[in-house]
Design a protein around this ligand. Structure first.
Ligand code: GLP
Length: 260
């Protein structure tokens, strides 16, 4: 493992995504177990997509071995396609059930995922209440975060504002192209989504951002080669004082080796 602590970014580079995922999993496990010891709840911000799959697999494994419990865990997912039914195999509701919730002891009422079926004219109120629910629980302890090829975080596409809150957004062409295979073609791929805002994400106490593979290398390198710019929402992470960037060699391949 390589560590780099350039001014603002604390990054770790692992040989491969399996080892990197184990590392992220351990950070989450220890946060939950520490909070349990002092009878405190843990609030997690959860990500979807290909990147966190091994992290969830490992967390389920630790739960099965009795090394962690989700009884006192509350979760808020980053995003969901809109419109989409929770039962749709491509929904993030379905993803979360399949990869985590169906296999652990989290009370269903502790689970929060943006609702892809909400009526169009209720979306604004709904999104405001999503952010309020997070605040009412004392904020997110650990926010898991993947990154899109275009540098998006959650579904905060290029052009998103630093102060943005949870809201309905239009998806970037690149994002839709990346999702098209799952949806059996671009024409069936949703054009919109509900996402936590940039400011919602940045309010988390700790952010763990992970990326695997060379296809993420360009987006990741923007953190090091750019200032804070809405062209690459990942750069907004520089505004947070407790971010850990976890990469494999491929995702770190465009970071200047002088930094490493
Ligand atoms: C998706 C999600 C993001 C995710 C990112 C990367 O579209 N909305 O929350 O982090 O894009 O996805 P993947 O991990 O599949 O590469």
């Amino acid at each position: 493992m390589l560590s780099l602590n350039n001014e603002l970014i604390n990054a770790k580079v692992f040989k491969n995504k399996t080892i990197g995922s184990d590392y992220v999993c351990e950070l989450i496990r220890s946060e939950i177990c520490e909070n349990d010891k002092s009878s405190k709840k843990t609030v997690l911000g959860l990500a979807t997509g290909a990147s966190p799959k091994l992290i969830y697999k490992r967390l389920v494994h630790l739960y099965q071995k009795g090394e962690v419990s989700f009884k006192n865990v509350h979760t808020f997912n980053l995003d969901e396609y809109y419109p989409i039914q929770p039962s749709d195999p491509n929904s993030y509701h379905h993803y979360m059930d399949e990869h985590l919730f169906n296999h652990v002891d989290i009370p269903p009422k502790h689970i929060n995922i943006p609702n892809g079926t909400i009526d169009q004219n209720e979306i604004e109120t709904y999104c405001t209440s999503y952010d309020e629910r997070i605040s009412n629980l004392g904020g997110i302890d650990i926010q898991m975060l993947g990154v899109g090829r275009n540098g998006h975080i959650g579904f905060n596409e290029p052009g998103s504002k630093l102060g943005s809150k949870t809201r309905l957004v239009t998806l970037d062409k690149k994002t839709r192209v990346d999702a098209a295979e799952k949806f059996s073609g671009i024409n069936h791929t949703p054009r919109q989504a509900i996402t936590m805002g940039v400011s919602t994400i940045l309010r988390a106490k700790k952010i763990i951002c992970f990326a695997w593979g060379a296809k993420k290398a360009f987006a990741v390198s923007q953190l090091f080669n750019n200032g804070v710019t809405q062209d690459y929402p990942i750069t907004f992470l520089k505004e947070h004082s407790n971010v850990e960037l976890v990469l494999d060699k491929g995702a770190a391949s465009l970071i200047d080796s002088k930094i490493l």
